[in-house]
Ligand binder design. Structure first.
Ligand code: FAD
Length: 341
């Protein structure tokens, strides 16, 4: 059989990292990325990019932990290399704080991040409204540079990038053997997934270079995440809201909430507002599917629905998707050698 042709639909963090894992595990494959938007116009460009997992209620915890571990190790190695600044990956220390002690004092990911421990009384004095907290060091992706770094690696590996809106996966049947669906919230229309819904998020990016530690209010509604050049202030979680327009009242509300945790932010400058739609589901859709139309088959691998935690698990889910592509290739090779007999 000739080199299998794989189309990856989507150029957010999931599509690009999945395409990269496919070329790494199957160097003989011919891989193309097809997307209606590329960086800086994807949801992934809006994300804060912090490696603090979101919990998917429909996925076993040991699976989520494995995805997170693989992602953390991969980015930790980049953060410890000469490419760290170009890739926008860096370590950041800080605090997750709670008004009431949470049921689980140590989340499932506490032994993956570095130096996880309860905050001391002295540290908690910084947050008079909060009575419990966790201190740790994790990784942060500055998202647009990381997406560009992934694109650069893909181009160097010979992957073609096409700007194209796909209305139906069957459009790709005549040109590709396998289609990988990484369309994020776009999968709602592309494959009619009713279980996928948007959770709108608005964030601010500000110039406040003196803020060095992250602060996350335990429920994740308010957060301050310092990046390499800018600090991300968040946020909102608005289920089923499809609006991509920034809301000025929300901007003020986010700013006030963040200033109440870190009063020095009153001096922040150059406020920019970003909005994105988290592609949310009870569980990430990560599976193989054989579509069939009039006796013709199309092999599909789905990898979408990462909700509020796509950066935290992207490498783990991309590796699993690449493994599923490997299974599709084995099936194709099996059927082509049977056809020759
Ligand atoms: P996207 O980035 O949306 O990419 C989907 C791609 O598919 C796009 O390129 C799109 O153009 C393309 N596409 C869609 N439909 C079609 C079609 N029909 N034809 C062709 N192309 C198509 N996660 C974390 O882990 N940590 C964080 O700190 C964090 N902060 C966040 C803050 C906010 C405000 C938001 C909104 C999200 C945050 N997230 C965070 C979540 C994270 O952004 C998402 O989980 C992740 O970006 C999803 O990536 P994706 O590649 O699936 O989707």
């Amino acid at each position: 059989m000739a080199a299998p042709k794989v189309a990856v639909v989507g150029a957010g963090v999931i599509g690009l990292s999945t395409a990269l894992c496919i070329v790494e595990t199957c160097p003989s494959c011919s891989v193309a990325v097809l997307s209606d938007q590329f960086s800086p116009n994807t949801t992934s460009d809006v994300a804060a990019g912090m490696l603090i997992p979101h919990t998917y209620p429909g996925t076993a915890i040991h699976v989520q932990k494995q995805w997170f571990k693989e992602t953390f190790s991969y980015l930790f190695a980049i953060s410890n290399s000469a490419e760290a600044s170009e890739a926008g990956i860096h370590l950041v220390s800080g605090w997750q704080i709670f008004k009431n002690t949470p049921k689980e004092e140590s989340p499932f990911w506490s032994d993956v991040v570095l130096g996880f421990r309860p905050m001391s009384k002295a540290e908690l004095q910084k947050f008079p409204q909060h009575h419990f907290g966790q201190a740790f060091t994790t990784l942060k992706c500055d998202c647009p540079p990381y997406l560009l770094w992934l694109e650069k690696r893909l181009k160097a590996a010979g992957v073609q990038m096409y700007t194209r809106k796909v209305s139906d996966l069957w459009e790709l049947h005549s040109q590709y053997n396998i289609v990988v669906n990484c369309a994020g919230i776009g999968a709602h229309h592309l494959v009619g997934d009713e279980k996928l819904f948007p959770v709108r998020g608005q964030v601010l990016e500000v110039h406040a270079p003196w803020v060095k530690n992250f602060i996350r209010d335990g429920d994740g509604s308010t957060y301050i995440y310092p990046g390499i050049h800018r600090v991300t202030l968040g946020g909102t979680r608005e289920k089923e809201n499809w609006s991509l327009s920034p809301d000025p009242d929300t901007t003020k509300n986010i700013f006030d909430r963040c200033c109440s945790l870190e009063p020095s932010l009153q001096g922040a400058q150059d406020v920019k507002v970003k909005v994105g739609l988290r592609p949310s589901r009870q569980s990430v859709r990560l599976n193989r599917e054989v579509l069939s139309q009039g006796g013709v088959k199309l092999l599909v691998v789905h990898n979408y629905g990462h909700g509020a935690g796509g950066f935290s698990v992207h490498r783990g889910t991309a590796k699993e998707a690449a493994h599923l592509v490997g299974e599709c290739i084995a099936a194709l090779q099996g059927s082509s050698s049977r056809a020759k007999l």
